[in-house]
Design a protein around this ligand. Structure first.
Ligand SMILES: Cc1cc2nc3c(=O)[nH]c(=O)nc-3n(C[C@H](O)[C@H](O)[C@H](O)COP(=O)(O)OP(=O)(O)OC[C@H]3O[C@@H](n4cnc5c(N)ncnc54)[C@H](O)[C@@H]3O)c2cc1C
Length: 483
């Protein structure tokens, strides 16, 4: 017997840009349940700094498509990229019409900045370098739907090719919720890497669960590492220094002041992320020198206004910006690969199940994401998924599933989780070697055979998938640098 208050039109897993925009797209009259692991703001969306890429006008659409395809190194789905760029302008205009305030000049014109591998300035930003926080705040303020905080989805009810709902761990209890459609918007995989920029709730569990349910993940070897991260702060989430800093003129130098990136790529600081990450790693190893981000060319007042988040965060860590150089390293940042979907976010083979945002693989990013395209992807494809759901004549027969769940955590998990993070960083990090990947795979298989909790098993499933995909792709491509 199912209580009717536990049946929804849709359940949305995640309160980042993809989940919240999906909720907004349903309209107020639908009965929607949003679920997030901790606070609603503990998501990557909240921490996005640089901005959101969008064609400046109709004429810019082909150029944005071309830049995205070039960064994607031949692995993009061209149709999906065209949809993102074409619908992206309308999605942003809609967001602005609803009241979202992007930064403007004194005449009221939208300000566009530049980031690496974009052929022109087309990145909108808000609050200087607080774009994600502003968008998140705006979408939360708009949200009319019920939101379940501090709740982890631990299972998807999939039977005979239909998804019926989810099991949730909330306040020390398991509860089942049922819906006509389930949208997974649970973000990337940050916590499986030793060094990363991601929110603490981003731990690859939904990808691991989808594997167990027979859904395919795609392009999981394609993991992006951000080149300019301060990794010496305490806490798992490392401090990102947005690409927009380089876009607006910051330099990467070694301790002798040499701008060594030009030895790797004539575009220097404006080379694609994977190139800059690889060059920093290589230069450090080759020369033994420390590498820094130098922002001293910026006027102090301009810097404080344009990059307030970085200014204050780094000040708390003892840096006086823009004068001080900040030691930098690459760190895991973004998953291009994810749960395979079609161009409407639908998961093939399972009716009523969708995946949108970073957790999904629509193939808009291909082998390497163009900077600031992910917020745009989240906006565009969450709306498409909802439109698809609203169009379909959804089959839904309420069916009760057991509320029993296996243990989520066991005593040995913590130690293994830490080991996994190191393993992934060393074997499936910036530079990969087949032999290291193979021994990582062996170790992951051994961990999976131990008596571990479900959440660790899900992380391990995803990690195994990344490592296997990296072994399978023998030649370097995009973000996958294998030697
Ligand atoms: C520091 C940083 C800066 C960035 N800067 C930019 C930028 O300038 N421009 C850009 O385009 N992109 C940027 N990105 C990438 C971009 O922010 C993300 O790709 C995007 O925000 C992902 O949105 P999302 O809605 O898919 O997921 P997220 O915003 O990560 O949200 C995931 C949600 O899923 C929930 N969740 C996860 N697992 C479960 C579970 N099992 N049960 C219940 N809930 C769950 C979480 O609690 C969270 O609410 C940046 C990323 C980081 C980390």
């Amino acid at each position: 017997m199912i209580h009717t208050e536990k049946i929804y039109d849709a359940i949305i897993i995640g309160t980042g840009i993809a989940g919240l925009n999906a909720a907004a797209s349903f309209g107020k009259d639908k009965n929607i349940l949003l679920i997030c692991k901790q606070n609603s703001w503990d998501c990557n969306t909240f921490y996005a700094q640089g901005g959101v890429a969008v064609p400046v006008d109709e004429e810019d659409i082909p150029a944005h498509v071309a830049d995205t395809l070039e960064a994607g190194a031949g692995l993009c789905d061209e149709k999906a990229v065209e949809i993102m760029c074409r619908d992206g302008r309308a999605a942003i205009d809609d967001l602005i019409a609803r009241g979202m305030a992007f930064d403007r000049d004194e005449k009221g014109n939208l300000l566009y900045t530049k980031e690496a591998a974009h052929s022109r300035n087309r990145i909108l930003h808000a609050g200087g370098d607080a774009t994600g926080r502003y968008i998140h705040h705006f979408l939360m303020r708009e949200n009319p739907h019920k939101l379940l905080y501090n709740s982890t989805v631990t299972d998807l009810f999939i039977e005979n090719g239909y998804c019926h709902g989810v099991r949730v761990f909330h306040k020390d209890q398991f509860r089942n919720y049922y819906a006509r459609s389930v949208i997974i918007a649970s973000g990337g995989v940050g916590s499986i890497y030793e060094y990363h920029t991601n929110a603490s709730s981003i731990s690859a569990d939904m990808q691991g669960l989808c594997i167990e349910k027979g859904c395919d993940l795609r392009d999981m070897e394609m993991m992006q590492f951000h080149p300019t991260v301060f990794i010496h702060n305490r806490g798992a989430r490392k401090q990102l220094l947005t690409e927009a800093l380089r876009g607006e003129g910051a330099h990467i130098v070694d301790e002798n002041g040499k701008r060594f990136l030009f030895e790797y790529d004539p575009r220097g600081e404006l080379s694609p992320r994977s190139m800059v990450s690889h060059a920093i790693n290589d230069w450090k190893q080759k020369t033994g020198l420390e590498v820094y981000l130098n922002c001293s060319m910026f006027d102090e007042e301009f810097f404080r206004n344009r990059f307030p988040t970085i200014y204050f965060n780094l000040r708390d860590l003892g840096f006086n910006l823009p004068q001080d150089e900040v030691p930098i390293s690459p760190a895991f940042h973004y998953a291009m690969g994810g749960i395979e979907t079609d161009i409407n976010g639908k998961v093939p083979g399972v009716e009523n199940l969708y995946a949108v945002g970073e957790v999904a693989s629509t193939r808009v990013h291909g082998a390497n994401r163009l900077a600031s395209n992910s917020l745009l992807e989240g906006l565009v494809f969450s709306r498409r998924a909802v439109n698809d759901i609203l169009k379909r004549d959804v089959y839904f027969q309420v069916k009760a599933f057991s509320e029993e769940e296996e243990p989520l955590k066991k005593e040995i998990d913590k130690e293994l989780k830490n080991r996994l993070r190191i393993l992934m960083w060393e074997a499936a990090g910036i530079t990969r070697e087949r032999s290291k990947l193979e021994s990582a795979l062996e170790e992951i298989e051994k961990m999976l055979k131990k008596d571990i909790g479900k959440l660790l098993r899900l992380r391990l499933n995803t990690s195994r998938n990344i490592v296997k995909s990296a072994i399978y792709r023998e030649k370097p491509l995009g973000a996958h640098y294998i030697i």
